[in-house]
Design a protein around this ligand. Structure first.
Ligand code: 5RP
Length: 226
């Protein structure tokens, strides 16, 4: 994990934004570099849709004009981080527990750019535990059903409820997160479909066919993947 690489990716992404755009703001440390670089550009007439309360706080503090998905349902460009960037720009996201709002904003966007440090680029998705957002009501029952789906995908480890020092992690929407140690996800499309069919699963962190471009931060400069 390199903060310098994240900074390079965030700054390169900020250069893609044009005055007057409606911009989706991602969540996480790489997205924070982007938000800072975007604010520093001082572009006219931007409206920004944040994907988390944390990003909203940062953007507000930096003087960016905020909007919501309700007020601006069509977004020109979203820029966000990822936990893994796999072949075909398939992604794992949700390490920062913002996957639901992130996916809603990404899907409302004409163009999406993922930004990441070079360690996030992988040949096969799944070394990073896959976040699965679950309704709090009956979440242990839902976790059993998730375990069945994972077993069907030859993933033996049951997903683990995400905990922090202060207890169970709650998302901005009040849901909980289960992290599935998949090891390797051989069929991300089928796994994504199977997880979505479980009642109680709100969303999962597989972002497939959503990123148009990846800006990968290097120690000097960036690499661009399509
Ligand atoms: C939040 C995310 C983040 O974009 C992802 O976890 C990457 O974070 P970072 O840039 O801090 O490594 O998906 O839900």
């Amino acid at each position: 994990m390199s903060d310098l690489q994240k900074k390079h990716a965030g700054e390169a992404a900020a250069a893609r934004v044009e005055p007057g755009m409606i911009v989706g703001l991602g969540t996480g440390s790489t997205a924070a570099w982007f938000v800072k670089a975007l604010a520093a550009r001082g572009l006219a007439d931007l409206r920004c849709v944040p994907t988390s309360e944390a990003t909203a706080d940062l953007a507000r503090e930096l003087g960016l004009t905020l909007s919501t998905l309700e007020d601006t349902p069509r977004i020109d460009l979203t820029i966000d981080g990822a936990d893994e960037v796999g072949p075909g720009l398939a992604l794992i996201k949700g390490g920062g527990a913002a996957l639901l709002r992130e996916k809603l904003v990404w899907e409302a966007s004409a163009r999406c750019i993922v930004i990441a440090d070079s360690a996030k680029v992988v040949k096969t998705l799944g070394a990073f535990p896959l976040p699965i957002e679950v309704v709090a009501f009956g979440h242990k029952t839902t976790a059993n059903r998730i375990a069945d789906v994972l077993a069907d995908h030859e993933i033996a480890m049951p997903a683990r409820l995400r905990q922090a020092e202060r207890g169970i992690v709650r998302t901005d929407g009040g849901n909980v997160i289960y992290d599935a140690r998949c090891g390797a996800i051989h069929d991300p499309v089928r796994l994504a479909d199977d997880l979505k069919l479980i009642t109680g699963v709100v969303e999962h962190g597989l972002f497939l066919d959503l990123a148009d471009e990846a800006i990968i931060g290097l120690d000097s400069g960036v690499d661009v993947l399509h």
